[in-house]
Write a protein of this length. Structure first.
Length: 343
């Protein structure tokens, strides 16, 4: 078994492939021969030593990775729903960058027919994040207006699709002209290319009465203006702070991060009460304590995927041995869709 190990915080050079001990399934576990591994922006933050839950749950050294797909090669004595040879996708609380894993049965789901391993491996994190935001936190209704940042990316694209499934009017924001078509393919009604026109005047034209939900992983760059454009009962949903990191750099720029922290708005509960709107935030790694939600969400999402209501087509594949290149791609900010490591 091989795995990627990060022994201390730093750049992509800290990602080292090492030989590990072959895991043996416990009574409730399923062992998976991993074929594909989703690469997420959160993995970059873990490698840089900035992910709080990684320090709490694992520490150093750490193997990044939150999602995998593969074939079952062994099962524990209490496992009821999986058998050797089954194609499965799964979520991990770190540790996913490995060629073989044993996971609790509750963290795995069968891969629908017609879905490739590389697609399946990049489905859970993006769509679980979007599902929790759209279905659990916002409970969007038909006709409501939604603004989605990074609408051509993994989570952004999933947010657009799930908001459209709810019948919302979706305004997607992208950072380059070549990403516009991807946002439209996800279902965005309006796409704003902020490299070609000012973002907020365009958002005001698209939704003069404001938004019922704004989904934002940018951080200080857009949070304040997004909050100002909430309609009554609207929610600003925060799931990351990407602009605190220097685009194109694999190392932490302490000055940029500090300035980002200082510029991050502090929201006033009195103001929220007067506006009848709210601010919500979450980190998917803390939701493992609510593992029953994983089953509920994935049954819903995979059912929609099988029926063709959702898609996960935009996948860039790289060999497992090119994990450093995968992280460099995400640091560049130039990717569309998802990046996957193929074993």
């Amino acid at each position: 078994m091989q795995r990627v190990v990060v022994r201390r915080a730093g750049g992509i050079g800290r990602l080292l492939i090492e030989v590990g001990v072959e895991p043996v399934p416990q009574t409730n576990e399923v062992c998976v021969s991993v074929r594909a591994i989703g690469v997420n922006f959160a993995d970059l933050v873990v490698r840089m030593g900035l992910y709080k839950s990684a320090r709490e749950y694992v520490g150093w050294p750490i193997t990044p990775g939150f999602e995998i797909a593969g074939a079952v090669d062994a099962v524990g004595s209490d496992v009821k729903n999986f058998h050797v040879g089954d194609r499965v996708l799964g979520v991990t609380r770190f540790g996913g960058y490995a060629t073989r894993l044993c996971l609790p049965e509750a963290q795995l789901m069968p891969i629908p027919s017609g879905i490739e391993m590389s697609q399946a491996a990049t489905f859970p994190v993006a769509f679980l994040t979007a599902w929790y935001a759209v279905e659990d936190l916002c409970k969007l209704r038909p006709g409501q207006r939604v603004l989605v940042h990074s609408a051509a990316g993994g989570v952004g694209g999933a947010l657009v699709q799930l908001a459209k499934r709810r019948g919302a009017m979706v305004v997607g924001v992208v950072s380059a002209a070549r990403k516009v078509s991807a946002a439209r393919a996800h279902g965005a009604d309006v796409v704003i290319d902020k490299s070609a026109e000012p973002l907020w005047p365009a958002a005001d034209r698209a939704a003069p009465k404001g938004f019922h939900a704004v989904f934002d992983a940018n951080g200080a760059e857009t949070l304040k203006q997004g909050y100002r454009r909430l309609a009554p009962t609207g929610r600003l949903v925060i799931y990351g702070f990407h602009t605190m990191l220097a685009r194109g750099s694999d190392r932490l720029n302490i000055l940029k991060a500090a300035l980002g922290w200082l510029r991050t708005p502090r929201f006033d509960p009195f103001d929220m009460t007067d506006k009848n709107c709210g601010v919500l935030a979450f980190n998917l790694s803390y939701l493992f304590d609510e593992i029953s939600m994983f089953g509920e969400a994935m049954r819903d999402l995979l059912g929609s995927l099988e029926r063709g209501e959702l898609h996960c087509h935009d996948v860039t594949e790289l060999p497992f041995t090119q994990v450093q290149k995968a992280h460099a791609l995400l640091h560049s900010g130039d990717t569309i869709g998802r990046v996957v490591l193929v074993v």
